[in-house]
Design a protein around this ligand. Structure first.
Ligand code: URA
Length: 247
């Protein structure tokens, strides 16, 4: 049986989506600027069923409602952007609409990519889903394209697959990872955990150096070719399921 949609007071829903304080969003409602299924809503206290399709049915100031809570988006992270709420320099949250920074629950990245790594990153306000994806128990595979400073020696695939590779400063070996050679200095690497700077440190452990790193897949979800760096897209239910689906 599918779960009933949660009900929220209209002013609470809009305030939680960052449209303003409770008082400000009450002003929006009383000004006739909130419309549901073609009807202007007049009562800010009324309860609204927060269904997944609410953005298709509700407008605020004539524009589609922002995605309701439970949203997941994929973003093509550009180089030079940090996955943090508070560090100096350009932050990943700056790539999203300004209003989304005031959402409650807040949107967070699902794990992190280094400032110098590009590619697929997920963001969500669903804490449960976030933990299921990043939990070591889930073993969600993450596939990267690594460009290396020096030619591959030919032994890396076996070393990465061994389940015995130890990263500097750690006392637990890495889980087996897969390496697929593309050229003398480029390879796909698929890892099933998310240790700090993992791929860069794996190549450092075999005497090489990663010059460029790009994540192109999480689970069965691939970064679409037409999603330009800095662009994002809200995921549908099937795409969200693909993240955690066994391959
Ligand atoms: N491994 C790294 O070294 N960096 C990343 O950003 C992701 C995986």
């Amino acid at each position: 049986m599918s779960k009933a949609a949660p009900q929220l007071r209209l002013d609470r829903l809009l305030a939680n989506l960052g449209y303003g304080s409770r008082r400000e969003v009450q002003g929006l409602v009383h000004a006739g600027l909130v419309v549901l299924d073609g009807e202007t809503l007049e009562d800010a206290d009324q309860r609204v069923a927060v269904t997944a399709d609410l953005s298709d049915r509700m407008t605020v100031r004539g524009r589609r409602l922002d995605p309701p809570p439970g949203m997941v988006l994929m973003l093509n992270k550009p180089l030079g952007v940090t996955c943090s709420h508070k560090e100096a320099g350009p932050l990943i949250y700056g790539l999203l609409p300004e209003r989304w920074r005031r959402r409650d629950p807040a949107i967070s990245t699902v794990g992190r990519l280094d400032k110098d790594t590009s590619g697929l990153i997920l963001m969500t306000d669903d804490g449960g889903l976030l933990h299921r994806i990043i939990s070591p128990k889930s073993h969600v595979p993450k596939r990267y394209l690594a460009t290396l400073a020096r030619p591959l020696a030919g032994t890396e695939a076996a070393i990465f697959a061994s389940g015995t590779l130890m990263l500097e400063g750690e006392d637990k070996p890495l889980q087996p990872a897969e390496l697929e050679v593309i050229g003398p200095t480029s390879a796909f690497v698929t890892v099933h955990e998310g240790r700090y700077h993992q791929v860069r440190r794996m190549f450092a452990a075999v005497g090489n150096h990663v010059e460029a790193l790009h994540r192109e897949r999480i689970g069965s979800l691939a970064l679409p070719e037409d999603l330009e760096p800095g662009q994002y897209r809200i995921l549908g239910a099937a795409e969200i399921a693909a993240i955690l689906a066994p391959r």
